[in-house]
Design a protein around this ligand. Structure first.
Ligand SMILES: *Cc1c(COP(=O)(O)O)cnc(C)c1O
Length: 233
């Protein structure tokens, strides 16, 4: 029997094709661009459907939701990325489930993640969130603080700092978005000279992933383009 693809799967396969085309257009190695399907607010059944088409990396924003979904979907090879803003007291739920935490920007979080990871016998992959545009509504360290912050963070034995993350400003001005992405890339390139593990650039969402690929993104965090528009309750 032929089963027709759902809208979700159509969206997913179209996006995968488009990312492949864009990586060619911008002379990027497609293996260096990881798609993280941002599944926040969507049910586990949607995640499972996507997983069955080969998707392995999923992003969540809230500790409680991550915790529930990760216990519901105990699938070999599925990797969770925590991308939301961190409440330090919720790290006890986040660290046990997360392959990578993208949004670290406070020393207190670093200390708590290291402590939790130690007690679980794991090394927690993290990215440092950078507020490139300097908007007050955004979290993240400033570009100027990055060097000092990272120098401190890498001292913790149960943490691995794998790269940087940013959110583009909410604007239709593509030059402005591109300049944020390219600033993050330049920062990464500078840090990479001293810290060979700092490779990843987590940038690009449904509205701006083409600009992110052009500017060197290695991790795209894409939600609505795959799962549809979100309803917050
Ligand atoms: C929700 C979210 C995304 C995905 O956003 P879309 O516009 O739906 O692709 C990416 N990154 C972060 C940090 C988010 O909170």
């Amino acid at each position: 029997m032929i089963r027709l693809d759902s809208q979700l799967i159509k969206n997913y396969l179209n996006l995968k094709n488009e990312i492949a085309e864009l990586s060619q257009k911008y002379s990027r190695n497609p293996n260096e661009i990881k798609l993280i399907a941002v599944s926040k607010t969507f049910p586990s059944a949607d995640i499972l459907e996507c997983f069955e088409k080969g998707q392995r990396d999923f992003g969540e924003n809230w500790a409680q939701e991550l915790r529930e979904k990760s216990s519901e979907l105990n699938l070999e090879g599925l990797m969770w990325h925590f991308i939301g803003s961190i409440q330090t007291n919720k790290l006890k739920y986040i660290v046990p489930c997360s392959h990578m935490i993208h949004s670290v920007c406070r020393v207190q979080e670093v200390i708590e993640i290291d402590k939790r990871a130690y007690s679980l016998g794991k090394v927690q992959n993290i990215l440092i969130e950078v507020n490139v545009s300097g908007e007050e509504s955004k979290s993240g360290i400033s570009i100027n603080q990055a060097q000092d912050f990272i120098e401190n963070a890498i001292k913790y034995p149960n943490i691995k700092v794998c790269g940087l993350m940013t959110m583009a400003p909410n604007t239709s001005n593509t030059e402005c978005i591109s300049s944020v992405f390219s600033s993050l890339r330049k920062l990464r390139d500078t840090l990479l000279l001293k810290y060979p593990d700092i490779k990843e650039l987590s940038m690009g969402m449904s509205g701006d992933y083409n600009l992110a690929i052009e500017n060197g993104s290695t991790m795209l965090r894409i939600g609505s383009k795959i799962f549809g528009s979100r309803i917050y309750t």
